[in-house]
Design a protein around this ligand. Structure first.
Ligand code: SAM
Ligand code: SF4
Length: 330
């Protein structure tokens, strides 16, 4: 087995699969209110094609962790079936989902039964009116129910991912942490990245990891967690001596590209070796032209080899990728 090695010595074992670019929320830092020009359906991989490519990754390229994302992965009709088929391919692969949790209350049990291991839920506030302001939809209660259903279905430890926005919810970090601690959810804050469809990201407006930690430290005693971070993007802190933790994913101010073990597959079958990559490798066209699994694996290896050492957000020459986060799979 030849793994997904790049020329800087990193090996990708964690595959993020975007199942759709569509979404039922409109988070202001991700999409405009009217949504986007969605992928034409003929360009979207079929369920069979998704399962085949994941099979190539798992069997021929050494991928041992698969995360379904989007867009909103729960709006993909074949999701439960895809999970079941990937589980059948490999009983050992770790399979999780990153979701806004709308509708998770209905599907959590079926997903767990099909073989999903864990759920990561995105939730930036525990105030209903702030939720409406950020997501442009009045659906806070559905998320709360989805989270509870995920925990009850055994998709834990349930992680909560939050983005703080200046002047909107940047004063709510301790409140969100308290809410998650009470329910046993593992909270992680993510710095806002220049990946919004509107290209409106402004470094000066971004709430930094230092600010997040200062705000939390006013309410909690934080100390560095002992466990080694490895390739995990979140820096973990014990809360009030532990065992509970809180994480900060400082992609912009404390980049961790040197330890990255991730690779991405978009809903239209493009390999992206980095969130910020400016080029992609088209496995859909190759697959539909008749490429066999070994040829697909080799194209994938070539795509990975050229991964850049870092995202370069601080370089004067940095250019935001054409694809927004919702079409890459965060
Ligand atoms: N719809 C699902 C969800 O929201 O969890 C999956 C896709 S969403 C693009 C994945 C994650 O990316 C979410 O946690 C979201 O908050 C985060 N995200 C979206 N745009 C972002 C940005 N510009 N900077 C940082 N995180 C972002
Ligand atoms: Fe949808 Fe997730 Fe983007 Fe929010 S962050 S608009 S839930 S894809």
């Amino acid at each position: 087995m030849q793994p997904l090695l790049d020329q800087h010595g990193r090996i990708a074992t964690d595959l993020r699969v975007s199942l759709t670019d569509r979404c039922n929320l409109r988070c202001t830092y991700c999409m405009p209110p009217e949504g986007l020009d969605w992928l034409p359906s003929e360009d979207q991989l079929t369920d069979d094609e998704v399962v085949r490519l994941i099979g190539v990754a798992v069997r021929q390229l050494g991928v041992d962790e698969v995360r379904f994302t989007g867009g909103e992965p729960l709006v993909r009709r074949g999701l439960v079936d895809i999970v079941r088929r990937v589980r059948a391919l490999d009983p050992g692969v770790e399979m999780s989902i990153t979701t806004n949790a709308l509708g998770l209350a209905r599907t959590a049990h079926a997903l767990a039964e099909a073989g999903l291991s864990r759920a990561n839920v995105s939730l930036d506030t525990v105030r209903s009116e702030t939720f409406h302001q950020i997501t442009r939809r009045d659906r806070f209660t559905d998320v709360v129910e989805g989270l509870a259903a995920a925990e009850a279905a055994g998709l834990g430890p349930v992680k909560v991912n939050a983005v703080l926005l200046r002047g909107v919810n940047d004063d709510q970090a301790p409140e969100l942490l308290t809410w998650c601690l009470e329910r046993g959810y593992h909270l992680r804050f993510i710095e806002q990245m220049p990946l919004d469809a509107q290209h409106g990201w402004d470094r000066d407006a971004m709430v930094t990891a230092d600010e997040i930690l200062a705000s939390l430290s006013a309410a909690f005693r934080l100390s560095p967690a002992a466990e080694p971070r490895g390739s995990a993007p979140a820096e973990l802190f014990l809360v009030d001596g532990g065992p509970a933790t809180v994480g900060v994913i400082a992609s912009v101010t404390r980049p961790f590209c040197g330890d990255c073990d991730r690779v991405r597959l978009t809903a239209d079958g493009q390999v992206r070796n980095c969130l910020f990559a400016r080029s992609e490798s088209d496995l859909r066209v190759a697959m539909r032209a008749g490429a066999d699994d070994e040829e697909l694996a080799e194209r994938w290896r070539v795509a990975m080899w050229g991964k850049l050492p870092g995202h370069g957000i601080d370089d004067p020459s940095f250019l935001q990728p054409d694809r927004p986060m919702s079409a890459i799979g965060g």
